[in-house]
Structure formats: C-alpha cells, structure tokens
Write a protein that binds this ligand. Structure first.
Ligand code: NDP
Length: 326
C-alpha cells in the first residue's frame, strides 16, 4: 500500500480524498491544514486532520504527500518547504513561473534525498504531455491548445473583485469555427479573439450600476479586453441552480506534414470533457503519486514533471498485464 498524505483541504484536497478511496493500492494516512483542525471535517472515517505545523512528525509514515494549495501564493512556499520532508506532488499551474518553481523544489528535494513532481494535472500535466508527443511525432506542424467550455476560477475571481458584484462565474468557450479550421489541417493563424470567447454570469448587489459593471468587465486588461465577452445579470437563485458546477475541458490539436515531399497532412487531437475540474485534476495527481513512489524506490531524486514518468508507472497493473493490452 502506498501511504498518502494531503496538505490543504480545499477543492483539490477533497478530490484527492475521493480518488484515493477508489485506488486499491493506496491508503490515506492524514490530512494537514493551516486552519484549526477541529474546524476541518473530512469524509474518510478514522483518518486524522492535523495542523500543518506538525507535519514533520509524520515524516516516516507517508510515502507521498499531495500538495493541494493554490498556485498563486501557497505552492511557491509550501512545495519547496515540504519537499525537504516528503516525496511531494503538486499541481502548480502558473505556466510562466514553472522554471523557477522547478529550481526551488529541485534544490530542496536533492538536499533532502527525496523526489518531487510539480505541475501535475491537465494543463499543465496531460496537455503538456500531449503537446510533447505531438510536436515530436510531427515536427513540421503547428500545435493549438483550446480551453473550455469551462469555468475559469481566475477570471471568476477577477469579476468578483469589481465594486457592486456579489457573485460571478466566468466560462471560457472555444470558438467552433477556429476548432474546425485547425482540424482541417490548414494551420491557420488565429488571434486570441478568434480562438475563445468569454461568458460571464453576474449577481449584482442591490442598486449597483449594471452598465458600469459590464463595461468594467469587458475592458479589463489581460483578462477580458482581448476577447469578445458576453455578460448576463442573474439572481442568486439562478446562480445557485445553474452555475455552481466546475465543469471544464479542452483540446490539444497538432497538424503536421509527413512524406518525402511533405505530401501527407496528419492531425493529432487530444480532448478532455471534465464533469468536475478538481475531481479530475486530483485523479491525475493520484496516478502520478503512484508513479512517484515507484520512482523513489528505484532511486530517483530531485524534481520531476509528467514528462519524466514512464506511462506504465501510472498504472496499478503489472507490466505483464499492461503488455497483454498493448
Ligand atoms: P481552493 O481555494 O479550494 O483551496 C486552496 C487552499 O485554500 C486549500 O489547500 C486550503 O488550505 C485553503 N482553503 C480551502 N477551503 C478553505 C476555507 N473554507 N477556508 C479557508 N481556507 C480554505 O483551491 P483549489 O483546490 O480549487 O485549487 C488549488 C490549485 O490547483 C489552484 O490554485 C490551481 O492553480 C491548481 N489547479 C491546477 C490544475 C492543473 O491542471 N495543473 C487544474 C486545476 C487546479 P488549508 O486547508 O491549509 O487552509
């Protein structure tokens, strides 16, 4: 049995707990939180909730610690810190900062004789893996990534910070015409605006100026100004009924030429349709935690990413069993 610990009990923390419940070769040992443990209620009977400051005393009782904090401020601090004590996996998704996060975690894990894996999930994660497969197989081509339809937490948060907004949810939606153009193999040049649209559902505070809110959303730099955005004002009841979910998904598509005279067009497409972003992301984290435990036993040390993991290591099946279905 691989002994799993969870640090941080939010959406991902709950998702890891569910995924471990259905992993026959894994066992949840403890959940660690920065809050008062008495206030954090978990689902699994008999598993303790512990203050994160006491994690060091669990050093020899956990094979892999899965870090479930947020990418913005939690993981840059927590992953290097806990990489000194445990083999850790995180889902760090601030793409631009992955190199510096990797360097910090690598140094911590190497000094401690542990192995870590960062940026595990679907993007970064499974999408990164598929981009590398497709780029390597079709070097003469172009790769496109589309996200959605799905909820973007970052964009929803940005709208919630506007004065007069009580609640908000933002959906990122790929443009069908762009998807079809990419699938045709014509390698089109697509602007940001041509690839995705954004749809926002807002619950406004009583007496708020809706026209002003709508304008602030649509002109917000980085988040909305480069997109065609539709804003809907709805009441709390409709918000709770229709917009409480966390569905997501997306596509990685590469088309490229092969043949002596590059006469053949090929299209590789990988797509995800996720009922729940956190419940899926954590299923990925748990499969990679299994791989990490095996890599540690074999002597791997320092920081890794999904690109360093042999696919067979993700499975609880033996190599012989896997070869039967090759
Ligand atoms: P949450 O905001 O739900 O949780 C983050 C942390 O906040 C928790 O670890 C928890 O820490 C704390 N927290 C949670 N609930 C409460 C509460 N009620 N009161 C006070 N504190 C609370 O974030 P998510 O789990 O949704 O996402 C975590 C990260 O996962 C995201 O930042 C995102 O970057 C990443 N992610 C990556 C993906 C990928 O494909 N790579 C895909 C999806 C997400 P504590 O228990 O210590 O208080």
């Amino acid at each position: 049995m691989t002994k799993i610990g969870i640090i941080g009990y939010g959406n991902l923390g709950r998702g890891v707990e569910s995924a471990v419940k259905y992993a026959p070769d894994m066992e949840l040992v403890a959940v660690f939180t920065r809050r008062d443990p008495a206030t954090v209620k978990i689902q699994t009977a008999g598993v303790p909730v512990v203050n994160v400051n006491d994690a060091a005393s669990w050093k020899d009782k956990i094979d892999v610690m899965i870090l479930c904090g947020g990418s913005a401020t939690d993981l840059p601090k927590q992953t290097p810190e806990f990489a000194k004590l445990f083999n850790v996996v995180d889902s760090f998704d601030t793409h631009a900062n992955i190199p510096q996060h990797f360097a910090a975690v690598d140094a911590a894990a190497k000094a401690a004789g542990k192995v870590s894996m960062i940026s595990v999930g679907w993007d970064p994660g499974l999408f990164s893996l598929n981009r590398v497969y497709a780029d390597s197989i079709l070097p003469d081509g172009k790769t496109y990534t589309f996200w959605g339809k799905g909820v973007s937490q970052g964009h929803s948060d940005a709208v919630r910070r506007i004065a007069g907004v009580k609640n908000a949810k933002q959906y990122t939606i790929p443009v069908d015409a762009a998807l079809e153009a990419v699938r045709s193999g014509s390698n089109p040049e697509l602007s940001t605006r041509q690839k995705h649209t954004r749809e926002v559902f807002v619950v406004a505070a009583e007496g708020a100026d809706k026209a002003k809110i709508e304008n602030e959303i649509k002109t917000m730099p980085n988040y909305f100004s480069d997109y065609d955005t539709t804003v809907h004002f709805i009441d709390e009841e409709e918000f709770a009924k229709n917009h409480s979910g966390m569905a997501h998904g997306g596509f990685v598509i590469r088309s490229g030429k092969t043949g002596w005279d590059k006469e053949f067009t090929n299209v590789i497409e990988y797509s995800l349709k996720l009922g729940s972003n956190p419940a899926f992301t954590t299923s990925v984290l748990v499969a990679y935690a299994r791989a990490l435990a095996r890599m540690y036993k074999e002597g791997a040390r320092g920081c890794k990413t999904v690109l360093d993991v042999p696919p067979a290591y993700l499975s609880e099946k033996s190599d012989e069993e896997l070869r039967k279905d090759l």
